[in-house]
Ligand binder design. Sequence first.
Ligand SMILES: *Cc1c(COP(=O)(O)O)cnc(C)c1O
Length: 429
Amino acid sequence: MIAASDEFGPGWFERGFPHIWLPYAQMQTAPAPSAVAATAGVRIRLSSGRELIDGIASWWTACHGYNHPHIVQAIRAQAAVMPHVMFGGLVHEPALTLARRLSDLTLGAGSRVFFSDSGSVAVEVALKMAVQYWINRGVGGRRKFVGFRGGYHGDTMATMAVGDTAEGMHRLFAGYLPEHFVIDLPRDAQSLREFEGFLTAHRGDIAGVIIEPMVQGAGGMKFHDAEILAGIFAASRRHGLLCIADEIFTGFGRTGSMFACRAAEVAPDIMCVSKALTGGAMGLAATIASNEVFAAFQSDDPMKALMHGPTYMANALACAAANASLDLFERGPVIERARAMQAKLAAGLAPCRSIPGVADVRAMGAIGVVQLEASRGIDWLRSRFAANGLWIRPFGDVVYLTPALTIEDADLNALTAGINTVLAEWSKR
Ligand SMILES: *Cc1c(COP(=O)(O)O)cnc(C)c1O
């Protein structure tokens, strides 16, 4: 089981908690967070000694489960040689090997990888690249992006502006953000034609289209078909726009293919990855640009260079972790397991359909979603799941599972059964 580790000294929670500011939390009313002592596989061990089965994989990062020995060993080995070195004027093997592997796995020949340390920054870099692509080519006016309602691309100012500013968690900032075109995601042939009409009307203003392929994650776990994605890409191409695929949620097997773009056979001009890139061990992100995008930055003019460089870009520990995670995808049937999980999630969650207050159940790859009719009792649900030994964090009007791709059937069954039980109680409240 999980090894104990209590070297923190007594009272660390009581003494430290008054100094911490937590994410997405009303600090005055939010229930106190649980103190974690250790993780292993799909288990989170609390300081109290209780264990939770993890249904979220720490915001879907820990795709091979926590503390995978191959990843831990890679970080250890890298730490012994060089935890970090600046990436300006210097490079190192873990970063160049990872760039080659990511390039091969995503946009292919001639593509280039720009590293950063979080998903939001990877998207910022993608937006900056797209705007500068047009400037470098001497095309004026193309400064706006098309994003989609229900989309989520990060928490920083530029990424909030291409997400759902009308209804999403960032609506408070609507008036402060640059205005882009955030429109309904096409759902059928008719709305695809309307989308194309929209592009025709505004093409001179638009630098590119940004989309989470196949699944809008943190904005509500909403799925769309491969044909819709292909239609959006085709229309954008016809108007000469850059297609930016934000695969930060979908990348690395989550939807049942290594990348969601691959399932729909679309080739973005720029792709963003992060989250599961290091198997959940370290913060790392990459913005991958096609050969054509990169070519627009090739010049004898220094002003045409990409003016960006996060201090910790291509951190060697994180690159080593990411290379180790990619090894695991190569060595075992991880993707196959993710694909096979779809039927298990669908079957395990199907009985929820008959619970009053549940609108829908859906699954894609290793994503299982119970759609509620309305957001109600979210804090109650969270605490009931924890009381049942499960780590499940519903938000808005969805209860979802994004477990490690390697989770055993017994643990997956415990998660889906727990959702059935707790939602049945919830419906009677
Ligand atoms: C999580 C996420 C981001 C932001 O990543 P951070 O590392 O939290 O900045 C952006 N896009 C998508 C699709 C995500 O799921």
